[in-house]
Ligand binder design. Structure first.
Ligand code: HPA
Ligand code: ZN
Length: 352
């Protein structure tokens, strides 16, 4: 996948990327040595090779092959090497430096606090590391970020509420003395039989603190349309989420895409994540039709190091090539991300 100069030079905004899904094999290798944590691979090239075989995440098929981890198993296994504030700082700075190299000016990364606290890592190590990277990247690279705390939807709701309460001092919005790391909450991990409405209390807590609310409704999974319907019409006391992450299944359901248009709810799409398991001639016309119905969409990477190293520029390149969008339409997709983002006005104006 060759990135053309037009795509490379576009000023970009990324609104759907999991920071843990940007951990490169080489940083994982270095952290395993630094922290003395053995990996189930004896050489770096074995570790690297393991990234090529990660299965697509298909919980509805209970789709495991013996010895081959599911997507989310690989994702959480990667987290094992992250232990100290410095580790989280290094992870975040590596991504933010990559942003600078791709002309990503502003980003809203997801982070899974529970993935670390449930392993006994102090919440402060995670969020202080990200906070320091947030400041350093803004000052040194001009890459600004506002982060999104995700509830792990396959963990008990109460565990997520506890994580939120613990994270509150790092929030922005109206939280007194908040450190300003994260400005929103999201919903991630395995959606199997875990609809958004289960987390209504968490969304209410965040909204009461002045934070934004988004949630994953993964493409092509069991009950996705029901999840999208809840995200549009039911959550947040019936007001709906402010954005939906993925949500591509709304394309062939008029009630859903009309709901998105009427309520001004945008979708953060990750084309390569779907392209891994969807035919080109099915996927890209779907994205094109969704754009033509007037739903606001933007293009993102999701978990680039676990998805064949395709980053936001590669995802933009794919829709440019396979949707047949004009340059003007590509610029509009990036403007959509600016409209959908939760940056201050001066940062938005500096991008477009
Ligand atoms: N799906 C759901 N949750 C996630 C993913 C994903 O692909 N990546 C990181 N968290
Ligand atoms: Zn995602």
């Amino acid at each position: 996948l060759t990135i053309t100069p037009f795509i490379a030079n576009l000023p970009k905004v990324e609104l759907h990327v999991h920071i843990e899904g940007t951990l490169t094999p080489s940083l994982r290798w270095d952290l395993s040595r630094r922290n003395n944590i053995p990996l189930p691979y004896t050489t770096f090239s074995e570790l690297q090779a393991s990234y090529a075989v990660t299965l697509n995440h298909r919980p509805e098929l209970n789709g495991r092959q013996p010895g081959i981890p599911t997507f989310l198993e690989a994702y959480f296994a990667g987290c094992e090497v992250l232990r100290t504030e410095t580790d989280f700082y290094d992870l975040a700075m590596a991504y933010l430096r990559r942003c600078a190299s791709m002309n990503v000016r502003y980003t809203e990364p997801f982070f899974d606090l529970q993935a670390h606290t449930r392993r006994g890592i102090p919440a402060a190590a995670v969020m202080d590391g990200y906070l320091r990277a947030q400041h350093d990247a803004a000052a040194q690279l001009g890459v600004h970020s506002r982060w999104i705390l995700c509830f792990l939807r396959d963990e008990p709701v109460e565990q997520g509420l506890d994580a939120y309460r613990e994270a509150r001092p790092w929030a922005a919005g109206t939280v007194d003395g908040g450190k300003g790391l994260f400005h929103a909450v999201g919903l991630a991990s395995n959606a199997y039989e875990r609809p958004p409405m289960l987390f209504e209390e968490g969304f209410a807590l965040a909204r009461a603190d002045g934070l934004h609310v988004t949630m994953h409704c993964d493409f092509g999974q069991k009950d996705t349309r029901e999840h999208v319907a809840e995200a549009i019409f039911e959550v947040c006391g019936g007001k709906g989420a402010e954005r939906i992450d993925h949500g591509l299944d709304a394309e062939d359901c008029e009630e859903l895409w009309r709901g998105l248009v009427d309520r001004g709810i945008g979708l953060t799409l990750c084309p390569h994540a779907y392209h891994r398991r969807t035919a080109t001639e099915v996927l890209f016309p779907k994205i094109r039709r969704l754009v033509e119905t007037g739903v606001k969409v933007c293009i993102n990477s999701d978990d680039p190091t676990l998805m064949h190293d395709v980053w936001i520029d590669g995802n933009l390149q794919k829709v440019y090539t396979y949707c047949g969008f004009s340059r003007r339409e590509m610029v509009q997709l990036v403007r959509n991300a600016v409209d959908m983002c939760w940056a201050e006005e001066d940062i938005k104006r500096a991008i477009y």
